[in-house]
Design a protein around this ligand. Structure first.
Ligand code: PDD
Length: 293
């Protein structure tokens, strides 16, 4: 089966899909993106992703390339044309093509690219295999709430994790607080049993998976704290995990080589994975998507 991509109004074979060399995404990383998970043929958290996309575009003053309604149709089409039931849809919008100049061009049109690919269906057993994370300095700019395609610090961090045999790198700010992973949100269950993840602010990307887990936890009557936590607190935590559209709820059993709790997947982590899957299957994704208004 040949893969199909969407590029600026056309559905084209993936291997022929290309953009202009003076696209500002290529020149300056002047663009934003979203990654949607597809679970059993349905997009997870579509409304949340769209709200966050609207926020990213507005903050960077990039115009919508097509209407929001048209974009929803294109996303569904790209998934359908690639026969993806379980997998990912990747969407990127840049400020478009213009003569190279740092300031905004006056007349460029936003460029839109989408691809989709299959991935193995969500596998709870695999997600309960604990992974290692390392901690690294957070060297990014100060607007992590914007899902910018400018990802160099994230790429370098993820590579460092890979070279250390770890799954993810948790980024640590100048106050020794963990902000988030290079492509996921970071969570701990403290030694006193509190479920903690960084509050939504400019310091993190407010994950759609994060929002689903928070809503699922609230529905189940589980308490949580949205606040920064330190590396020390994480090292003493009972449990840890990461969330993202690609990792769902993934248990973390080692931080910087040291076992988290008893070194096994935590009870609450395991329960939250079940709650998360039930939640997205029942509700499709977070209902409270006003976080970006
Ligand atoms: N990354 N934090 C960062 C820095 C991220 O890049 C991501 C997602 C998340 C989790 O967001 P969500 O739950 O909405 O996927 C948090 C995507 C998957 C990526 O870059 O591939």
């Amino acid at each position: 089966m040949s893969r199909i991509a969407y590029v600026n109004g056309m559905y084209v074979p993936h291997h022929e899909a290309c953009v202009h060399i003076e696209d500002r995404g290529y020149q300056f990383a002047d663009g934003v993106y979203e990654v949607f998970a597809l679970h059993q043929g349905k997009l997870v958290g579509e409304k949340g992703h769209m709200e966050r996309l609207a926020h990213s575009l507005a903050e960077l003053r990039i115009d919508w390339p097509v209407s929001r309604r048209a974009l929803a149709v294109i996303i569904a089409q790209v998934a359908r044309r690639n026969h993806v039931r379980d997998g990912l849809v990747y969407l990127q919008i840049t400020r478009g093509v213009a003569r190279r100049d740092h300031s905004f061009p006056e007349d460029s049109e936003s460029a839109l690219v989408l691809t989709a690919r299959r991935a193995p269906p969500l596998d709870k057993e695999a997600l309960r295999q604990g992974v290692d994370v390392i901690t690294i300095p957070d060297i990014r700019w100060k607007r992590h709430d914007i899902k910018s395609v400018s990802l160099l610090p994230n790429i370098l961090g993820k590579q460092q994790a890979r070279e250390a045999g770890a799954y993810e790198a948790w980024m640590v700010n100048d106050d020794a607080m963990v902000t988030e992973g290079t492509s996921s949100n970071a969570w701990i269950v403290t030694k006193d049993g509190a479920l903690v993840t960084h509050n939504a602010s400019h310091a993190i990307l407010n994950g759609i998976t994060r929002l689903s887990v928070l809503e699922a936890a609230a529905e189940a009557g589980l308490g949580f704290e949205e606040r920064p936590f330190s590396v020390d607190e994480a090292m003493q935590a009972k449990e840890a995990f990461v969330t993202s559209s690609t990792s769902h709820v993934k248990a973390v059993t080692k931080i910087d080589g040291q076992s988290v709790g008893n070194g096994h997947v935590g009870e609450l982590t395991s329960r939250l994975l079940d709650l998360y899957v039930d939640f997205i299957e029942a509700k499709g994704g977070p209902q409270n998507t006003g976080a970006w208004n």
